[in-house]
Design a protein around this ligand. Structure first.
Ligand code: FE
Ligand code: FE
Ligand code: ZN
Length: 277
């Protein structure tokens, strides 16, 4: 089963997102847990969620991936910014518990002037206050491009965070193809080698989702500019290998390419064509 979807707008609610996914032949989707820039959130609409859960079952949708707002920085220097991240993550996870099998992805954060090891420590501290051993939602660290002082630019950094989290059975990783390429991992020439590294450093059992994006920039640019599939430096041939790789084939893939919904429908169709049975 090819689990493929794209990033959808949250504004009309869960059932609307489910229907939109089905309308473009997706069987999963990603969405922002709340306003990606500010962090504002609407009150929880349990009726919408119940309708969505029923609709998901009927249509065989795989659990959606919630993306935390970009403005979260669990390793900020200012305590009030870290406090905000903690509060938002806790509240998001509580909400996600209403949607079976939910995944929650976040950018580990930017250490600014504090250095990587302080940043890693602060991120793990936040997670240790956020994670409830009884929660069902898995929390994913996203692999980052290494723009500015972003943490998560290497598999080693992600592993160090995971190692410091007490309930790390609740932790996984979301691999963003644009970001890892930008960080310097050659998924075009040496996909096997990159996935072997991932396995040796983090463990492939932690890999729970893939963000499938081409890159506007060459390898190791640290720019984080997504491109449409096949239109960037990664290219369609590499994506064909990625979606069919034995280590990735059972994972859900989420497009975050610069597209409207019609553009996503085309990319989903193109990727399905490249998927081997
Ligand atoms: Fe992201
Ligand atoms: Fe991403
Ligand atoms: Zn990105």
């Amino acid at each position: 089963m090819f689990k493929i979807g794209c990033h959808l707008s949250t504004s009309k609610g869960y059932l609307a997102m489910g229907k939109e996914a089905v309308s473009i032949a997706a069987n999963t989707f990603q969405y922002f847990s709340r306003n990606p820039r500010g962090g504002a959130v609407k009150p929880l609409n349990l009726e919408d969620i119940q309708n969505f859960n029923a609709y998901s079952q009927e249509h065989g949708l795989h659990p959606p991936l919630a993306h935390a707002p970009y403005t979260l920085n669990p390793c900020a220097q200012k305590p009030n910014i870290r406090e905000f991240a903690l509060m938002v993550m806790k509240d998001d996870i509580e909400r996600l518990e209403h949607i079976p099998g939910s995944l929650y992805n976040f950018h580990p954060g930017s250490h600014v002037q504090q250095g990587v090891s302080v940043g890693i420590e602060l991120i793990a501290n936040t997670l240790n206050q956020v994670l409830d051993p009884n929660q069902n939602t898995l929390v994913l660290l996203e692999t980052m491009a290494g723009k500015g002082t972003e943490i998560g630019r290497s598999f080693e950094e992600l592993r160090q965070i995971i190692d410091k989290v007490e309930h790390n059975k609740l932790m996984g990783v979301c691999l963003d193809t644009c970001h890892v390429y930008d960080a310097g991992y050659d998924i075009v020439q040496d996909l096997d080698g990159v996935l072997e590294d991932f396995d040796n450093i983090i463990g492939l059992q932690r890999l729970k989702a893939v963000h499938i994006n081409d890159s506007k920039n060459p390898i190791k640019s640290h720019k984080d500019r997504h491109e449409k599939i096949g239109k960037g430096h990664i290219g369609m041939e590499a994506f064909e290998r990625i979606i069919n790789h034995p280590a990735l084939v059972s994972l859900p893939f989420y497009l975050e390419t610069p597209n409207d919904v019609a553009g996503y429908a085309e990319e989903i169709a193109a990727l399905k064509n490249r998927r081997h049975k």
